[in-house]
Design a protein around this ligand. Structure first.
Ligand SMILES: NC(=O)c1ccc[n+]([C@@H]2O[C@H](COP(=O)([O-])OP(=O)(O)OC[C@H]3O[C@@H](n4cnc5c(N)ncnc54)[C@H](O)[C@@H]3O)[C@@H](O)[C@H]2O)c1
Length: 326
């Protein structure tokens, strides 16, 4: 028997990552690719989406030479196929016929062929330009993503908007726009994706926020949308068990475009320098005394999406340097 350290392996799998051109979404895509998977990025159409997709394709091509999903030594492919690596095992494969391999045209008689197919079954990056404020678009998106590889194993919800404005001044339209994108769009995407995943299994990871854990007087719609997203995570985990696992992460502060926007909004609402002061206050309150790195969030998302988290569903993990402890 081969002893193997536990590791994340997405070989042969496909992830749909909404907000995939964003700071956290693109980091999640990179982590999925690094573990041998394929990704479909969904984000607002435009140059940014195309640029991020091109960067990720270059990353995948570079990583391809370095990755050793099935072992690097001659003959290691044969061992790996016989041992049923994570991808095949998770898909309900049997020792006679790894299902992922079988779907890819391999037979039990030709394990080395199967292993080669699995080994090369990662690194594709596709991009779909969409406005996920639209319900029909959200419902259709998982089907469009599924069409690329004929399967959908993972959904990462990393779309989100935030508006900083004192609660007393928030208009009905402003409230609704945040709820539409951060909550309603996620609901419809999750519902459609889980419908597809119930057949062969899969997992969903939604990016909520530490704002879900308490109130935000200057971002009430955002905090409400994120608290509700945790509730949706639990409901979906119950509704689609045991075939689909549904979890969430609650990031603290990761300096992406969203945070650049928060600093600008605060400067405008409360005067120059207010944004940086807010950032400094949050950092000071954070036990680990620094902002997060996007890879640190992506690693947790990858873990929750992977077989290493096979017994975890309906949970929300704070990734915030200890800012919140509940
Ligand atoms: N960065 C942080 O510190 C932090 C903290 C807590 C939670 N979050 C959450 O993480 C998620 C990702 O945020 P981020 O920090 O990467 O910000 P980001 O702004 O870099 O990424 C958000 C992405 O969502 C996309 N998006 C927005 N509206 C859309 C729409 N209508 N249709 C399609 N795509 C749309 C944007 O184009 C962008 O690429 C968000 O849900 C955010 O609330 C971030």
């Amino acid at each position: 028997m081969t002893e193997r350290a536990p590791r994340i392996d997405f070989a042969g799998r496909w992830a749909l990552i909404t907000g995939g051109a964003g700071g956290l979404g693109s980091a999640c895509a990179r982590a999925y690719l690094a573990a041998g998977g394929n990704v479909v990025l969904a984000d607002l159409p435009g140059d940014r989406l195309e640029r991020v997709a091109a960067e990720l394709r270059a990353f995948a091509a570079e990583a391809d030479g370095e990755l050793s999903f099935l072992g690097g030594a001659p003959g290691a492919e044969l061992d790996a196929a016989a041992d049923l690596p994570g991808a095949a095992a998770e898909l309900g494969a049997t020792a006679d016929q790894p299902r992922a391999a079988a779907e890819l045209g391999a037979t039990a008689d030709q394990p080395s062929g199967a292993a080669e197919v699995l080994a090369s079954a990662g690194g594709r990056v596709e991009a779909i330009g969409v406005d996920l404020a639209d319900v029909a678009t959200c419902r259709e998106l998982p089907h469009r993503a599924h069409a690329f590889g004929g399967r959908l194993d993972t959904l990462v919800n990393a779309t989100g908007i935030m508006q900083t404005k004192p609660m007393a001044e928030v208009t009905a339209d402003e409230w609704q726009r945040v709820i539409d994108i951060n909550l309603t769009g996620v609901f419809h995407t999750v519902q459609a994706a889980c419908g597809l995943m119930t057949e062969h299994g899969g997992s969903v990871v939604s990016i909520a926020s530490v704002a879900a854990r308490s109130g935000r007087p200057a971002a009430p719609a955002y905090a409400a949308s994120k608290t509700a997203l945790l509730s949706l995570t639990k409901s979906a985990a119950l509704a689609y068990a045991p075939m689909v696992r549904v979890n969430a992460v609650c990031p603290g502060v990761f300096f992406t475009d969203m945070w650049r926007g928060i600093v600008e909004d605060r400067d405008r609402e409360y005067g120059p320098g207010a944004g940086q002061r807010y950032l400094d206050e949050v950092t000071a309150k954070t036990p680990l005394k620094r902002l997060g790195k996007v890879e640190e969030l992506a690693d947790v998302v990858a873990f929750l999406a992977s077989d290493l988290a096979a017994y975890i569903t309906g949970q929300a993990v704070n990734v915030d340097g200890g800012l919140e402890m509940d």
